[in-house]
Design a binder for this molecule. Structure first.
Ligand SMILES: [Zn+2]
Length: 81
C-alpha cells in the first residue's frame, strides 16, 4: 500500500511501508552518535553529536527514523498489507 509520507531530506514522498522502512534503516545506519572532538580526560564531558549531519544527538533524522519504526501508522499499514 502506497501512502504519502514526509521523510527527512526528501520531503513528501509516495512510498510503500517497506520503502519507508528501508529509508529509515538507512538513516539509522548512517546517522550514528559520536563524541565531538579528540580524546582526552574530558572525553566524557564532550557532547554526543551525529557523525553524519553533525547535529546534537539524537539528531532529527535519527529521531524521525526511530519514531517511524515504532509508529502506530507503520504498524497499522503493515497490518493492511
Ligand atoms: Zn544525523
Amino acid at each position: 500500500m502506497y501512502m504519502r509520507h514526509h521523510v527527512p531530506t526528501l520531503g513528501p514522498v509516495a512510498w510503500s511501508t517497506a520503502e519507508v522502512d528501508d529509508y529509515a534503516a538507512e538513516l539509522l545506519r548512517t546517522h550514528r552518535p559520536v563524541r565531538r572532538g579528540a580524546g582526552g580526560w574530558l572525553l566524557r564531558r564532550r557532547p554526543l553529536v551525529c557523525g553524519r549531519c553533525g547535529g546534537l544527538w539524537a539528531c532529527p533524522d535519527a529521531m524521525w527514523a526511530l519514531g517511524w519504526m515504532t509508529s502506530l501508522d507503520r504498524t497499522l499499514a503493515l497490518d493492511r498489507e
